[in-house]
Write a protein that binds this ligand. Structure first.
Ligand code: MRU
Length: 345
């Protein structure tokens, strides 16, 4: 299995997702700020992978604190977490990972400082392991929705690379294949960062899962020609009413799927739910640099000085979502009730 992120002795090692698939190189982060920078620059990306990396980053931050009392240790840890918390705004897993680490620190205040640092390291490793277990559970629930012989369209990369391993949307596909079903995948290229072309295709080819790359403007063609049986995507944040924030372009795919009566499934762990938000309108949408749109392979494709917009995510309203596959089961409308019930389990 691909190791997206790994906690080794004193460093967090990540496969550099900006360089895949042409180069398989790793980046070693020695400090919490190195991890923040890796998240910001998309060396590591995908909501669950960001959450896991953030937790490991908090542990690195804790290791570097010189304090002999819990109060000074904790206030230093909070300060160190600030740049990490700001590294990317949309995926709620970032705040979730940091908050879980801070809660464990507070609950372990009776430990000595060296014991507390060890406890935090263990928690980050647990979060990483749990993420893979969540994805396997999600895969088992989700694969029941996918019929043998299906062609499944996916957008962005919600695979092993976007998580600690196995993937969310690609986890559902992997589980269907493991259950003996014949599945073909259509992967949207996902402009401008090309997560589909670079990462999803790479991952699925490694697993010998049949995959065909299409550009983002082709999905309607394949849907209208009855060549798509289901859509499965991941999520960066899901509001309590089931509105889904995911990679820019997801909304267009969902509208098109509804038009053609194709089920549109979202696969995400419970840690991607943000029940504090009543709707997707409250989810912050990351605006990234126009240069990422203006250039392909570092080559400019539009005139110098052209005005460019680059929202990195969009919101798919809950009425376009057939079901939300979580690690605790499958939620359907009404999401306000079904998601709350799963979160409380
Ligand atoms: O900008 P990215 O690459 O971090 O965006 C990733 C996505 O939108 C994924 O679909 C989402 O995080 C789900 S990953 C399991």
């Amino acid at each position: 299995m691909i190791k997206t992120v790994e906690y080794l002795d004193g460093i967090v090692r990540m496969i550099d997702q900006t360089r895949l698939p042409l180069e398989e190189v790793f980046v070693d982060c020695a400090t919490i700020n190195d991890v923040a920078n890796a998240i910001k620059t998309m060396v590591v990306r995908g909501a669950p992978a960001i959450g896991v990396s953030a937790a490991m980053g908090v542990s690195l931050g804790a290791e570097s604190i010189q304090a002999d009392r819990f109060e000074s240790f904790y206030s230093e840890l909070e300060k160190k977490c600030l740049p990490l918390a700001k590294s990317r705004p949309t995926a709620v897993n970032l705040a979730w990972g940091i908050e879980r680490m801070k809660r464990v620190a507070r609950e372990s205040k009776s430990l000595t400082i060296p014991e507390l640092k060890k406890r935090l390291k263990q928690e980050a490793i647990n979060i990483c392991k749990e993420d893979i277990e969540c994805n396997m559970a999600m895969g088992n629930f989700g694969q029941t929705l996918i019929k043998d012989g299906s062609t499944v369209l996916t957008h962005c990369n919600a695979g092993a690379l976007a998580t600690a391993g196995f993937g969310t949307a690609l986890g559902v596909i992997r589980a269907a294949v493991n259950a003996g079903k014949k599945i073909d995948v259509l992967a949207d290229e996902t402009r401008p960062f090309l997560q589909g072309a670079r990462l999803t295709v790479w991952e699925l080819m490694q697993d010998n899962i049949p995959v065909k790359l299409i550009t983002d403007n082709m999905s309607g063609f394949f849907m209208r020609n009855k060549q798509v049986d289901a859509v499965v995507v991941g999520a960066d944040r899901i509001a309590s009413n089931g509105d889904v924030a995911n990679k820019i372009g997801t909304y267009m795919v969902a509208v098109m799927a509804q038009k053609h009566n194709i089920p549109f499934y979202v696969a995400a762990p419970i840690s991607t739910l943000d029940l504090s938000l009543s709707s997707g309108d409250e989810i912050p949408i990351e605006q990234r640099s126009g240069d990422e749109v203006a250039c392909l392979n570092n080559k400019r494709i539009t005139p110098e000085g052209a005005k460019i917009a680059h929202p990195a995510f969009d919101i798919t309203p809950n009425d376009l979502v057939t079901a939300i596959i979580t690690d605790r089961g499958i939620a359907q409308q009404s999401y306000s009730t079904s998601l709350k019930k799963l979160a409380e389990q």
